[in-house]
Design a protein around this ligand. Sequence first.
Ligand SMILES: NC(=O)c1ccc[n+]([C@@H]2O[C@H](COP(=O)([O-])OP(=O)(O)OC[C@H]3O[C@@H](n4cnc5c(N)ncnc54)[C@H](O)[C@@H]3O)[C@@H](O)[C@H]2O)c1
Length: 258
Amino acid sequence: MILKGKRALVVGVANKRSLAWGVAQSLAREGAELFLTYQSDRLEKGVKDLADTIPGTKTLMCDVMSEAQVGAMVDKLKHGHGHGAGLDILVHAVVYARQEDLEGEFKNVTQEGWNTALDVSAFSLVSLTRAVAPLMEGRHGSIVTLSFLGATRAVMNYNIMGVAKAALEASVRYLASDLGPKGIRVNAVSAGPVRTLSAAGITGFSKMLDHVQERAPLRRNVDQGQVGDAAAFLASDLSRGITGHVLFVDSGYNIIGV
Ligand SMILES: NC(=O)c1ccc[n+]([C@@H]2O[C@H](COP(=O)([O-])OP(=O)(O)OC[C@H]3O[C@@H](n4cnc5c(N)ncnc54)[C@H](O)[C@@H]3O)[C@@H](O)[C@H]2O)c1
């Protein structure tokens, strides 16, 4: 129970395959009180059904692109009950790019496609962090986001998402630098490929899974639970000496050369 007494906001659950749902389950198992958000009415029922499987879990609507919805969410967390007002943990597991920007040649990306992917997938970490940081002061807050190897390597068809993940990882370092003096840590888990709704949008994703299974030192793909447990570690005081870091949970694939 490494997270007993902590309040966690998990942004990015769409369905039971979401990595954010894996993280939520690990955080709950370790004793955290959970708030799950859903992006829109369309996802509300599914996320509420999942939340109902973890007693005490609350749900909130939040489209991260809406300043008003982020503000309303922060207000609700401010006046919370349970472990009291405030927040100890933010999990950011939000990503979006247009389908046409996840195939073919990267050079064909449009300005609109670029802006959309960077806004939703990277800027949202900065805006959410800014919004929740005041709730975390004085409580050893921890912020964890999810990244991918495409941030630092050219991965076929990942294209604009690689650029967005590079911006995300750089943001992790700058936010860690800003918030460290306030005792708030910011880290990323770089997960290996896992079949989720968003992953289905990447052309040739099944081939990526096969390739990692064949080549990774552990000769297997990772799952939601492995990503969730690493995020729980980064969210907990066990990782109190770690900030601005990208932790790979990918069966070791990132260390492989020829
Ligand atoms: N699946 C993988 O192979 C893999 C690997 C490494 C990293 N990741 C990262 O994990 C994170 C979660 O993705 P996933 O694979 O679980 O897919 P997913 O589709 O289950 O989750 C993506 C989430 O982003 C949310 N989202 C998109 N736009 C939003 C907005 N405007 N406001 C609020 N929420 C919004 C969606 O509602 C969804 O819940 C992403 O950052 C993704 O890049 C995934």
